[in-house]
Write a protein that binds this ligand. Structure first.
Ligand code: ATP
Ligand code: MG
Length: 386
């Protein structure tokens, strides 16, 4: 008998002609997620098994697998010979000291000499005898369930619970996007949502060093690190927009600072996206959340992006819904750490909330657009994560 972890996937994405492609990505994502851990990876029909890992690493393995998109459920199980006595030995390890239980059996191998109903009844009886009245059977609302899955080659899997996986599609099956990652709550959630649809999510941050400090940078690196546990992307791009902000501050009307800076960010993001082969931009914008996210504000920044689509998965979400997701994915505590965002540098007292495009263009015409873009692009840094 040995301890294993069963990984089940959502069948849906494995159907059809692309099966091999999806499966290949999924397997390599699973293996990538377990980097640094020693284990054996076994492929069975309809599931994968993780075997031969150190028992004390069980929680770590589960934590990592729970973040791999495409995983439907996970169980810690015992793999044994498929005779009833061996199954019973494994089942003993799953018993609680008191309460009610039921046995659920499933035969992957239909040649097994007993039906699943017979297996459940026999094994249930053995457990009742063994626990001498401390446990009783309740098939409708048991306090725990012993599950038996008869496999091929005289083997069986015995386990208790199903742990919910991340679901979604394997990362790498739906193209590549570039996430504009700030230090806030929203953008990591937006990136997570697109990765869940199978997109490889690269991250780009704009900073205003020396106006923003090292802690601000470390915070964004940590957010990228949290995201990387879902996406597998182990780097963060960063671009300095200090010169852009100084130029806007010097030459343009102050209420336009955020509007103009956003347009620079989007232009720079599109240029960088094309360099790295990203097919879209992703932002954490949500309609009406702040002054710059009115439909006029969104239109103003959107209009500088020449060819790529800008995906805004949070556009219709309430702040509370975004916060709930951010707590679930584990980015919230980092996102709320205090820091200076580049946008708070030179922040105007009264930003325009409904910028008119002709006014924006007039302010922008006061700037050396190409020069500023080129300087900013030159500041590009690649930060490795881990
Ligand atoms: P977030 O919580 O993601 O910071 P927010 O509510 O603070 O969002 P804004 O500051 O208006 O909203 O930013 C809108 C979007 O623009 C962000 O979700 C992010 O995608 C992008 N963005 C803003 N600031 C930066 C930055 N410094 N670097 C990269 N992207 C940024
Ligand atoms: Mg922000």
């Amino acid at each position: 008998m040995k301890r294993v972890i069963i990984i089940r996937y959502a069948e849906l994405f494995l159907k059809g002609k692309n099966r091999g492609f999806f499966e290949g990505k999924f397997e390599s994502n699973l293996q990538k997620s377990l980097k640094g851990i020693s284990y054996k990876f076994v492929k069975q029909s309809g599931r994968y098994l993780i075997e031969d890992f150190a028992e004390e690493e069980t929680e770590e393995v589960l934590d990592r697998l729970k973040k791999v998109f495409g995983v439907h459920t996970i169980s810690v199980a015992y793999e044994t010979d498929s005779d009833l006595d061996s199954i019973f030995e494994a089942a003993k390890l799953l018993l609680k000291p008191s309460g009610t239980f039921k046995v659920e059996s499933h035969r992957g191998n239909k040649k097994y000499p007993m039906t699943s109903v017979e297996i459940s009844r026999e094994l249930g009886g053995m457990i009742l005898d063994y626990t001498k009245g401390k446990l009783s059977v309740d098939v409708h609302n048991p306090s725990f369930t012993v599950r038996v899955d008869i496999r091929d080659f005289g083997r069986a899997l015995v386990f208790g619970d199903f742990i919910e996986g991340a679901n979604g599609m394997p990362v790498g099956t739906a193209g590549k996007g570039l996430l504009l990652l700030s230090g806030g709550i929203d953008s990591p959630v937006a990136g997570h949502m697109m990765a869940k649809r199978g997109m490889v999510v690269e991250c780009l941050h704009f900073h205003s060093y020396p106006y923003t400090n090292m802690q601000a940078k470390e915070k964004v690196v940590e957010l990228a690190n949290i995201l990387s546990q879902y996406t597998g992307v182990k780097r963060l791009y960063s671009i300095k927009v200090t010169d852009v902000q100084e130029a806007i501050h010097e030459h343009c009307k102050s209420p336009y600072m955020i509007t103009l800076l956003r347009r620079f960010m989007y232009r720079l993001a599109e240029r960088h996206a094309k360099k790295i082969g990203a097919q879209c931009l992703i932002t954490g914008e949500s309609l009406g959340q702040v002054a710059s996210q009115t439909i006029e504000g969104v239109t103003s920044s959107n209009s500088v992006v020449e060819t790529l689509p800008v995906l805004r998965p949070l556009i219709g979400f309430d702040k509370n819904e975004i916060i709930d997701r951010s707590v679930k994915i584990g980015s919230y505590d980092t996102s709320i750490l205090p820091y200076e965002d580049c946008c708070t540098v030179f922040l105007p007292d009264f930003p325009v909330t409904r910028p008119k495009i002709e006014d924006v263009l007039k302010e922008e015409s006061k700037l050396d657009m190409e020069g500023l873009l080129a300087t900013a692009m030159d500041s590009l840094e690649v930060i490795d994560i881990e």
